[in-house]
Design a protein around this ligand. Structure first.
Ligand code: 2P0
Length: 338
C-alpha cells in the first residue's frame, strides 16, 4: 500500500481535504526511546519490526504554524526565522508530507517552525517536527481525529514521530497488519514525578549517516540484527514492569543495555556504523565510574553522539556536579516556557 492510499483511508470521504481556517498552530515535544525502534518491516508506511517505548522531553520540541491563503501557489517554509530553500531536505520532507493529503495540488501552505533542538544531531528533531505538523493539520482542516489516529499520520513522516503526541511514557505498538492500521502509539498511565533526564550535548553538528539509512543498512548487512526483535520485545516487558513497580535501577539498566545493544549491532554492520565520538565514550565511562560509587545513574543514546542521562530527582545535584554542561529536565514537572 502507498502512503497516500493510507491517508485516504484514514480521512475517508467526509473529511475536509481543503483548509477550513486560515491559520493553525501546534507544539509537539521530542521523545527519547528507552527501548528503541530500530528496523522496519515496511519502509513505505514506516512500520517497525518491534514495538518501542519512550519518555517525552516536555521542554524540547517544535512549534509549527500553518498559514493558508488561496493566493499561495507553492509551499514556503520559515525555520527558526529563516526562509528555507524549497529544494532542501527539510522543505522536501514537509512538502512530500503535505502531498499525501492533496492528490491534486489545490492548496499550498506557509509553514513557520520554531524549534529549540538541533536538527539531525540525535535528539529526535524529526519526531517533534512531524508530530507538530500532524496536530496543526488536524486543526487547520478540522479533521477532529483522535491522537492515536494522528500518531499514525505522523508516523508516515517519521517513525519516531508516532510517539511524540503525549507526555510521560509512551508505547508505540508495532502492530501486525500489512496496511499499518494497528501501528500507533498510546501513553502509559503511570506518573513518576522523581524521574529526571539530563541532556548531554556532545556535538550538535549533523550526523554522518541518517537514522533512516542506518536502520536499513543494519537490517541488510549484519546477522546480529536477528537477535534484535526478541531482545526489544523482552526489554519492553521489563521496562513496563519497572515503571509499574517504580524500580529505577531495573529501568535504567534495561534502557542502557537496550541502547548499547542497538549500537553494538550497528557497529557490526558493513560498512560499520558508529555514532560514538571520543567525548561520547568519555561521558559513558564517567557514568559507569559514578555507578561504581553507588550512584543510580544510567544513559541512553540515539542515532547520534549525544547522551541522555537517566536518574532520579534526589541525585540531580550530584549529576550536575559531574556533568556541568548537562541540561536537566524533570519529565513529569517541567513544561515548555511559552
Ligand atoms: C528511536 N531512532 O526509537 C530510534 C532509536 C533513533 C535511534 O527512531 O526513518 O527518524 O523517519 O522512521 O524515526 C530515529 O529514526 O526514522 C529513531 P524514520 P526516525 O527513537
Amino acid at each position: 500500500m502507498k502512503r497516500s492510499e493510507f491517508t485516504q483511508i484514514i480521512l475517508h470521504h467526509h473529511m475536509p481535504t481543503e483548509p477550513q481556517q486560515t491559520r493553525a498552530t501546534a507544539f509537539a515535544p521530542i521523545n527519547i526511546a528507552l527501548s528503541k525502534y530500530w528496523g522496519k518491516r515496511n519502509s513505505e508506511l514506516n512500520l517497525p519490526v518491534t514495538s518501542s517505548l519512550s519518555i517525552t522531553i516536555p521542554t524540547k520540541g517544535s512549534k509549527t504554524t500553518l498559514v493558508w491563503t488561496s493566493q499561495q501557489t507553492q509551499d514556503s517554509i520559515v525555520f527558526n526565522g529563516e526562509e528555507i530553500d524549497r529544494h532542501s531536505v527539510l522543505a522536501q520532507g514537509i512538502t512530500q508530507f503535505f502531498d499525501l493529503f492533496r492528490p491534486t495540488h489545490r492548496w499550498h501552505l506557509h509553514t513557520i517552525i520554531e524549534t529549540n533542538i538541533a536538527l539531525a544531531a540525535g535528539f529526535a528533531s524529526s519526531a517533534s517536527g512531524f508530530a507538530a505538523l500532524a496536530l496543526a493539520m488536524n486543526d487547520l482542516f478540522a479533521w477532529r481525529l483522535e491522537l492515536s489516529t494522528l500518531s499514525m499520520l505522523a508516523r508516515l513522516g517519521s517513525g519516531s514521530a508516532t510517539r511524540s503526541l503525549w507526555t510521560g511514557f509512551v508505547e508505540w505498538h508495532c502492530g501486525q497488519r500489512d496496511d499499518g492500521m494497528d501501528s500507533y502509539a498510546a501513553p502509559l498511565l503511570e506518573h513518576w514525578p522523581e524521574f529526571c533526564v539530563g541532556l548531554l550535548d556532545i556535538r550538535t553538528t549533523e550526523k554522518p549517516i541518517s537514522s533512516r539509512k542506518a536502520m536499513q543498512d543494519t537490517m541488510n548487512t549484519t546477522s546480529l540484527y536477528s537477535c534484535w526483535p526478541e531482545k526489544a520485545t523482552h526489554d519492553i516487558r521489563l521496562l513496563k514492569h519497572a515503571i509499574d513497580q517504580k524500580d529505577f535501577s531495573l529501568l535504567g539498566s534495561v534502557a542502557e543495555q537496550n541502547a548499547l545493544t542497538m549500537h553494538a549491532i550497528m557497529l557490526s554492520s558493513w560498512p560499520p556504523i558508529c555514532y560514538f565520538l571520543p567525548d561520547t565514550i568519555a561521558a559513558i565511562q564517567r557514568v559507569w565510574a559514578l555507578r561504581q560509587t553507588g550512584l543510580d545513574l544510567y544513559f541512553t543514546q540515539d542515532a547520534g553522539p549525544n547522551l541522555v542521562l537517566l536518574f532520579l530527582k534526589k541525585d540531580a545535584n550530584t549529576v550536575k556536579q559531574s556533568f556541568p554542561n548537562v541540561e536537566i529536565v524533570s519529565i513529569f514537572d517541567d513544561r515548555i516556557k511559552p
